[in-house]
Design a protein around this ligand. Structure first.
Ligand code: NAP
Length: 583
């Protein structure tokens, strides 16, 4: 007679499924920091469907996803599932694992009870019409990240997965090593191998951002296995040795450069020239590391906003910048001239499909992929491991926790097919990456977008605007316009032509017009020649919050206010700030 519940580490006889299991649960009423959100409970072992598998978890991988799940932001994953018809009022997280197959559904053919497996985290419905027609499951509307978007992840004695998620466990790895690499390595595999003509190939050069990080450390090894060369980006020379032992030809310390961030305005010749100097020096550094004047055929991107302009610039003509995250921000800027004239590709990529995950795992099975496990924890420490991540105090590399395994280092049953280096990062290595967003954040779609409600006190533009338009004519000189601004203590002048507002001359326009000219030449220019054409307007009856969005969206500080389609005044960010401080 099967026991109803086994203690942790007390392995049930193979194939015997107890009624209940130990698990770490997140519940909506304790959403918050990991040490509060995660609690140990005993729950029923879930039933499985015909294409599913029940795996006895030996170890589980830690990812940032479940910090977000515990916080309940930006998505309440429990509420979202309840809305979709799933009854459980809790979340069992965990999107990486190693374990032993204990039960298979009747349609399962790729694994059997007793198999030692690792699991990738991509789930989708096999009944999806797109998938049935041979489409990439990554594009299926049913695609979900197991253990984040789905329940029954790996922070429990048993996990419920689809059979297609199961892949053979590398025999030379212990349980915690095997549990740690799949999510990041499969993501890196798709980025590098998933994009047709731009996939990495022998002889190519790849630039890898965050070479010592979770994705980057996998990318360096995948590039090496493809017979290509990688240059790793890091934030300190203490990480050079680590990346080079993993297979990078050389490394660059990003802190030696300071041209990061959004591009300067394209009209800003001085700013652009400075940026160009920075990015060229960076390109020259790549040549120096490579020992030849070659541009990267592929740039492996995830920092996003601060690095995309550089990535696009240094990428080889016809090459690809492939991006799976925007850790430093999502509003990346691109100089489109380099994209179209040099026919480069900016490609988004997200996790990996079953085939790609297995191709990646083949590398691991052949001993060509070090899991880069930086720290392993006990089962009791699951909240602590997440708390370290939450506080950004965790080490670089991949982390795992024991679940069924009773000691660290158990589970290896064979020698690695080739000698593995196992590089380690310096002890003092500090993790300074900004908190990444959940790997799979539901984005508002066209059909199902819900209105975002914001608190608004109802203030309208007309409550704060300055009445009266200070204008100039298109053939007024810059000298006249500048004097007008100084005399009236304003930052912009509307250009009126035949009773119509045709543009705006701002102080920025004046300053940019001065670039490359003598003061006399600049003063003689005409307002119509240097103005920013068109006039960003808002109606006096518009809500102030909407006017603010208009300004931030267009990165400007003021709008011309219209009433009955006639310009009658101006509203500026300064007015909004005055209201903020009650002045
Ligand atoms: P990680 O281990 O924290 O590594 C990120 C690396 O980025 C760090 O090693 C850091 O290295 C580097 N970095 C930090 N700030 C930077 C900056 N301002 N400029 C350039 N580099 C910077 O994280 P990860 O596991 O590699 O994941 C990276 C991102 O990908 C995260 O946002 C994660 O959520 C996302 N992700 C997405 C998917 C997907 O399927 N879409 C899958 C996995 C991960 P240095 O300080 O040494 O430069």
């Amino acid at each position: 007679m099967a026991k109803e519940l086994y203690d942790l580490g007390e392995m049930p006889p193979l194939g015997e499924i107890p009624e209940k299991m130990h698990a770490w649960l997140i519940r909506a009423e304790r959403f918050g920091k990991p040490t509060e959100a995660f609690q140990q409970e005993v729950v029923n072992v879930p039933p499985i469907a015909d294409d599913e598998v029940l795996v006895y978890v030996m170890a589980a991988g830690i990812n940032y996803n479940n910090v977000w799940a515990g916080l309940g932001i930006p998505v309440n994953v429990i509420g979202a599932r309840n809305k979709a018809g799933e009854p459980e009022d809790f979340h069992i997280g965990g999107s990486d694992a190693s374990g032993i197959v204990y039960k298979v559904g009747k349609d399962v053919t790729n694994v059997q009870v007793g198999d030692e497996v690792v699991m990738h985290c991509g789930q989708y419905s096999r009944d999806c019409a797109w998938v049935k027609s041979g489409g990439d499951p990554m594009y299926s509307p049913t695609f979900r990240i197991w253990g984040y978007e789905t329940n029954w992840g790996s922070f429990a004695q048993f996990t419920k997965v689809q059979a297609q998620q199961c892949m053979p466990k590398p025999k030379h790895m212990n349980w915690e090593e095997a549990a740690s690499y799949t999510l990041v390595a499969a993501t890196a595999w798709r980025m590098l191998h998933g994009w047709g003509a731009n996939a990495i190939k022998k002889g190519d050069v790849a630039l890898i951002w965050g070479g010592a990080g979770g994705l980057g450390s996998m990318a360096i090894q995948i590039v090496k296995a493809a017979g290509a060369t990688s240059v790793a980006m890091v934030s300190g020379e203490d990480k050079f040795d680590y990346c080079m032992k993993l297979g990078a030809k050389g490394c660059i310390n990003r802190n030696e450069f300071d041209h990061w961030g959004m591009l300067p305005h394209w009209k800003d010749n001085a700013g652009y020239a400075k940026w160009m100097k920075g990015v060229r020096a960076f390109g020259a550094k790549i040549w120096e590391v490579l020992g030849e004047k070659r541009a990267p055929n592929l740039v492996f991107e995830h920092p996003g906003e601060t690095t995309i302009p550089t990535s696009i610039f240094v990428c080889e003509t016809g090459g690809m910048v492939v991006v799976c995250a925007g850790t430093t921000g999502y509003n990346a800027t691109v100089d489109l001239r380099y994209l179209w004239m040099r026919q480069k590709r900016l490609q988004g990529s997200h996790f990996a499909n079953t085939e790609q995950s297995n191709q990646m795992n083949e590398l691991a099975l052949r001993g060509l992929l070090d899991p880069c496990l930086s720290r392993a924890f006990t089962y009791e420490e699951i909240p602590v491991a997440h708390q370290l991540m939450y506080e950004n105090k965790h080490p670089h590399g991949n982390m795992a926790v024991l679940v069924g395994a009773t000691e660290f280092g158990q589970g290896a049953s064979g020698q690695p097919p080739v000698a593995i280096v196992h590089p380690t990062l310096p002890k003092g290595d500090i993790h300074t990456t900004p908190h990444p967003y959940p790997m799979s954040e539901p984005l508002p779609g066209i059909a199902e977008a819900e209105a975002i409600t914001i608190a608004d006190d109802g203030t309208k533009v007309k409550d704060l605007m300055h009445r009266g338009i200070i204008a100039c004519a298109p053939d007024d000189t810059v000298a006249q316009v500048a004097k007008l601004m100084i005399d009236k203590e304003i930052h912009a002048v509307v250009v009126m032509d035949g009773g119509k507002a045709t543009g705006v001359v701002s102080q920025t326009d004046l300053v940019l017009a001065r670039q490359g000219r003598s003061p006399e030449e600049a003063r003689a220019l005409l307002a119509g020649a240097i103005m920013t054409p068109g006039c960003a307007t808002c109606d006096a009856d518009m809500l102030l919050s909407e006017a603010v969005s208009l300004m931030t969206g267009r990165r400007m500080h003021r709008l011309v206010v219209t009433e009955n389609d006639q310009p009658t005044g101006v509203i500026s960010m300064t007015d909004v700030v005055r209201k903020l401080i009650g002045a």
